[in-house]
Design a protein around this ligand. Structure first.
Ligand code: FEH
Ligand code: ZN
Ligand code: ZN
Length: 347
């Protein structure tokens, strides 16, 4: 079969012929229906080097996957042909975090069947015709009405902001305001998640006119182009109080500074994007009792909730699809800021 392998750090992936995986005991091979192209993949190609992560290339990219059960070995409840989403973070399976489905925060990652960040993150991912999932517990059958091309972005581009928004629900009652910075793959779903699960007013911020149009289609109440007065605009729209929650899907110096300047006392500033920025935190530097946190991906139970929201029509993925041999073009467009919504590779 064909697969997009990352051969080494600081290199482009290569489309190569590899052996089709076969399941061992308790494992499942998924025929890939959709594999999302994530900004994190660009960081894997461009930025990381030896020793920076607990796993190394070579591996097949693609950590945002859905498809159909192709083969299983000693696995019950997942007959061949079942449409499934892959929960992409694979931990030890026995620490308290993993037992809650929160493999993202596994406390004993070295005890995983094969230590890695998951498929496409040290182990072979879904930018291929088939993918080996090392434990059946990482699969979630798709609810009726969801197809794998739509479901793939739900496993990361939706799950990541869902986890971030869910932990901030208590701060988002009627009358509150939430800001989403960066209306790309994650951001356009963050806007919809806020609208579907809270009563908050949603402000969307981006540099690109097409992204702000996407935010409006996604249900944003107010769109704000990035500029020197963005924070003032947001403060003005909140009666001078600031936003109760800011979800920064970019994470560079400028967006973090904007988040702090636009935020409200007792609010939340959540760093979701891997933009590499830093935010100086000091007594007067951020609003009193603003909580600043990063969040990483989401749990398996949260993925079940995200799929349910989408199956009920409350989340709509804007996706541009590419055949497998055009994955490099998808990444090129993503890097150039030319993708509206999510790019999804369909083998
Ligand atoms: C992948 C690798 C490293 C950091 C973050 C990510 C995310 O895209 C996974 O959700
Ligand atoms: Zn990702
Ligand atoms: Zn664990």
């Amino acid at each position: 079969m064909r697969a997009w392998r990352l051969p080494a750090w600081k290199s482009d992936p290569e489309l190569v012929e590899v052996e089709q995986p076969r399941p061992g005991p308790g494992q499942v091979v998924v025929r890939i229906g959709g594999a999302g192209a994530c900004h994190s993949d660009l960081h894997l190609m461009r930025e990381f080097g030896a020793g920076q992560l607990p796993w190394e290339p070579p591996f097949t990219l693609g950590h945002e996957n859905a498809g159909w059960v192709h083969a299983g070995e000693g696995v019950t409840g997942l007959p061949v042909g079942t449409p499934v989403a892959v929960h992409g973070s694979w931990g030890c399976g026995s620490c308290s975090r993993c037992l809650a489905g929160l493999d993202t925060y596994c406390e004993d990652p070295a005890a995983a069947p094969v230590p890695s960040g998951g498929g496409g993150l040290g182990l072979d991912g879904g930018m291929a015709e088939f993918m080996l999932v090392p434990e059946a517990r990482h699969l979630v059958p798709l609810p009726d009405g969801l197809d794998p091309v739509t479901a793939a972005p739900l496993t990361d581009a939706a799950l990541t902001p869902y986890h971030a928004v869910r932990r901030t629900w208590p701060k988002l009652p009627p009358g509150s305001t939430a800001v989403v910075i960066g209306i790309g793959g994650l951001g356009h779903l963050a806007v919809q998640i806020l609208k579907a699960t809270t009563a908050t007013r949603v402000v969307a911020v981006d540099t690109r006119a097409e992204a702000l149009e996407l935010a409006e289609r996604a249900g944003a109440d107010l769109v704000v182009p990035v500029g020197s007065r963005s924070a003032d605009t947001i403060r003005g729209a909140t009666g001078g109080r600031g936003a109760d929650a800011v979800f920064d899907c970019v994470g560079n110096d400028a967006t973090l500074a904007l988040g702090a300047a636009a935020g409200r006392m007792l609010g939340d500033l959540t760093i979701i994007g891997l933009g590499g920025g830093t935010l100086p935190v000091s007594f007067f530097g951020v609003p009193y009792e603003m909580s600043v946190q990063s969040t990483y991906w989401g749990s398996r139970p949260e993925l079940v909730e995200v799929l349910d929201l989408a199956a009920r029509g409350l989340l709509r993925v804007t996706a541009t699809t590419f055949p497998l041999d055009e994955a490099l073009e998808a990444y090129r467009r993503l890097e150039a800021g030319e993708v509206v919504g999510r790019a999804v590779i369909v083998p």
